[in-house]
Design a protein around this ligand. Sequence first.
Ligand code: TAP
Length: 474
Amino acid sequence: MILNTKQYINGEWTNSTSEKTIEVINPANEEVLGKIADGTKEDVNRAVEAAKNAFQSFSQTPKQARVELLENIVKEYEKRKDDLIKVITDELGSPITFTESVQYEMGLQHFKQAVKELKSFKFVEDRGGHVIQKDAIGVSGLITPWNFPTNQAATKLASAIAAGSTVVLKPASKTPFAAIILAEIFDAAGVPKGVFNLVNGSGSTVGDAISSHPDIDFVSFTGSGGVGSNIMKKSAEDIKKVSLELGGKSPMIILEDADLKEAAKSAIEGVINNTGQVCTAATRTLIPAKLKSAFIDEVKEQVSHYKVGDPYDEQTNVGPQISDDQWNTVQSYIEKGMQEGATLVAGGLGKPEGLDKGFYSKITVFSDVQNDMTIAQEEIFGPVMSIITYDSIDDAINIANDTKYGLAGYVFGNDSGTLKKIASKLRAGRITINDAEGDFSAPFGGFKQSGIGREWGDFGIEEFLEVKSILGIP
Ligand code: TAP
């Protein structure tokens, strides 16, 4: 059992002002994995004070010093590879191969990318009549979800350090142990006292105290829309800047000339990766009406080869949901899909055979989904695919855009003109054509209710900066 009930404040592991603890459950076996502090408002106050004091000097450090600091973080992160992979697999239940290739790797890439960006980033620019100077925004509160324990924190932390902002991080209380290792990494990398502070505890206490603290200048949040909206309201009291990375209901448009086998593989992986607990998951699969039965046959055949089960088995593709609550949520959406008249093609209610212990769902595929059904409109955060048919390209674009979200969109096909037209008309922050490789310099964030602001690369750094114009320099 992992017992770490301390907070990392001002460069030291200190006791929380509360003796209460929160239990962390391993979702693959339902056993208690460890305990963390159930932090308090007072803990947040201490962390903010440390971050505020550190800001005075950290915001003025030369760019080269921050490049070197980020390079040290990269080195220390790589040294902790095995620990991070184990802890993420245990606390999140993500399959070991996915933990290594995606969970571990994405966290690392954000720090590496920040080094690259920072080297060429211009904090001062002479524009003729005036000079633009970009200053670190101040103290930032970072509130992160459980679905990518290092990636979600790393994108914010790397940008904050690059910009010269000091931070208070509150990770999800379901997956706090990867964040504790991040604190150890920052400590070992020589991050100055007070620049990085970690406060564990519940969202309703610690998260709320961050959103309403008058000395926090910026809250960068990733998670659910409801909490995001709440954070905005709290931050409005003293006009704090917020950035919100919220949910999605992203479409994958498969065109008539697409390779159906490849497209089906990508569509399945788009809903099962990380057990469907991905904000950019391609949960609505849009297929030409005339290809419907061929596509369903292909999906049915392929889906039977994917394995749900023990995260430590290298053959496993899909682990458990994060919690019993999340499992119940997924079940209720599957039930709703059946009630509203969608056709169940694979999976369905209940746990897969032989997996009674652990929060495992079946990989579930629905066809005959209408875009106004609940399963096509709401974020499920489970391995559930909704197949929707379309009649023309314009019809596909309309269906794709007909949701309150706008985080991502995916297009599969061969005609460059059609692909470009669709990419330009989708109202979403990230469009991926034909399984293009990820790019950590490309901005990430949503249109509509998927959020406000952008993370990753230089756009991510800009979020942690204020712009000052200086006129009349002699
Ligand atoms: P949230 O409740 O939004 O949790 C995200 C973060 O916000 C966690 O650190 C949480 O702390 C904190 N938080 C909770 N209440 C807060 C408050 N009042 N003020 C400030 N911070 C607060 O997400 P969830 O309940 O874990 O997941 C629910 C649904 O959100 C999922 O089913 C999914 O649809 C969506 N979700 C989206 C994303 C992305 S990437 N967009 C990620 C996760 C979940 P605690 O962990 O201590 O509660």
